[in-house]
Design a protein around this ligand. Structure first.
Ligand code: SF4
Ligand code: SF4
Ligand code: FES
Length: 394
């Protein structure tokens, strides 16, 4: 692949490795009064260059009015969040060749992020949604008073624990594809809840209980996430917002014993108890158990409100009258009880921080790991037939 480029002094020069790509950009200017439309631009760049580079080339060479927000061009500032071929991400962090592979028709489609109003073309109004939700969760440390004379001494593990949520660059990709937010625009959302974990996981913050209670009691808060996993898939920095939300829920219910008025905690307990009792989810009991039991007035109201859903479930045979009345127990009850017992007896909850991928820096652990690796290598060498164990060679 090669192409001819014209230099500033007008001379022609051959550039190796260039490839043509077609970008299909969603254009929209609210001031024009016209509806949104798609416009195609042909750009020529090396395949490993980013979609953002392609958009900037189209803007520089063909149409200066293309609206795109960007700054660092290195996946740091979070400005260039867009939807590329139907998936949210960073335009500066998506290679043209990769985007082309994911396109259905050989054209790279770029659209603004979802769940936020469009200001122009690919620029969304982050203030109207994303930043408003960040402000909702008091995104700064609230330490206890009096402050220490010098610095806070924080255990290393505690800071390691919050690194995953600290990695957020506020790009809004997770907000774009959050299914709960699509249905309920007031939902606090994945990015703001991940930010909450950044402080609830920090021992210097003195308002864990208040933060958690506030978000648990909010009908659009902690329990409004429907576990669709979209935010985990969307996040370019591995923050895994849904995992942070689940950790907040565990801390709220198990450590702070917060029972919320939205029945979120009861619903989770209903699931835990159903699996403990039957080994599977007894759908028929979910509503009554989530609303305080079969005889609770709130439960009757919830059942009435859910009649259309219940009818659909019966028609589709997701639930049958027989399975509702006599939900079968899965055969391996002893195993299920053992799992519950072992997890329940643990002194500490095990939380996996998926962001930490480096080996631990504890010298004792490193030495133990190295000894383990050396012993495994020695065993493998000893097991190989015909290998000279003296190391003198064959
Ligand atoms: S998992 Fe929850 S927070 Fe994340 S995108 Fe889905 S509904 Fe939204
Ligand atoms: S959590 Fe990830 S996707 Fe969401 S705003 Fe932060 S960096 Fe972007
Ligand atoms: S331009 Fe900064 S993250 Fe893409």
């Amino acid at each position: 692949m090669s192409s001819t480029e014209t230099t500033n002094d007008g001379a022609s020069t051959k550039v190796e490795g260039l490839q043509e790509f077609t970008l299909r950009l969603r254009r929209y200017d609210p001031e024009s009064g016209k509806p949104a439309y798609y416009e195609e631009f042909t750009i020529e760049l090396e395949p490993h260059r980013s979609v953002l580079d392609g958009i900037l080339q189209a803007k520089n060479d063909e149409d200066g009015s293309i609206g795109i927000r960007c700054s660092c061009r290195a996946a740091i500032c979070g400005s260039c969040g867009t939807r590329i071929n139907d998936k949210p991400g960073l335009a500066c962090h998506t290679h043209l060749d990769e985007a082309l592979k994911r396109s259905k028709d050989g054209k790279i489609t770029v659209e603004p992020l979802g769940n936020m109003p469009v200001i122009k073309d690919l620029i969304v109004d982050m203030d109207a949604v994303h930043w408003k939700k960040q402000a909702r969760v008091t995104p700064w440390l609230l330490p206890s008073e009096p402050l220490p004379e010098r610095e806070h001494i924080v255990p290393r593990e505690a800071m390691v624990d919050v690194t995953q949520s600290m990695a957020c660059i506020q790009c809004g990709a997770c907000v774009s594809d959050c299914l709960s937010m699509e249905i309920d625009p007031l939902f606090v959302g994945p990015a703001a809840l991940a930010k909450t974990y950044r402080f609830v996981g920090d021992p210097r913050d003195a308002r864990h209980q208040q933060r958690l209670n506030d978000l648990a009691q909010d009908p659009h808060g902690l329990y409004a996430c429907t576990h669709c996993f979209n935010c985990i898939e969307a996040c370019p920095k591995g923050v895994a917002p849904m995992s942070q939300i689940m950790r907040l829920r565990r801390i709220a219910s198990q450590d702070h014993h917060i029972v919320d008025r939205n029945n979120g905690e009861r619903h989770e307990m209903a699931i835990v108890n159903s699996v403990k009792k039957y080994g599977t989810l007894n759908e028929a009991n979910m509503i009554p158990d989530s609303y305080g039991g079969k005889l609770h007035p709130a439960s009757a109201r919830a059942m009435l409100a859910s009649l259309p859903v219940i009818t659909k479930a019966l028609l589709r045979r997701k639930v049958t009258p027989k399975s509702a009345l006599f939900h079968p127990k899965s055969p391996d009850q002893a195993q299920i009880k053992r799992i519950y017992r072992e997890v329940g007896e643990r002194e500490q909850r095990l939380e996996h921080n998926l962001y930490i991928t480096q080996p631990d820096e504890d010298p004792a652990e490193i030495a133990a790991h190295e000894a383990h690796v050396a012993a495994a290598a020695a065993r493998e060498a000893a097991a190989k037939p015909g290998v000279d164990q003296t190391g003198a060679g064959a």
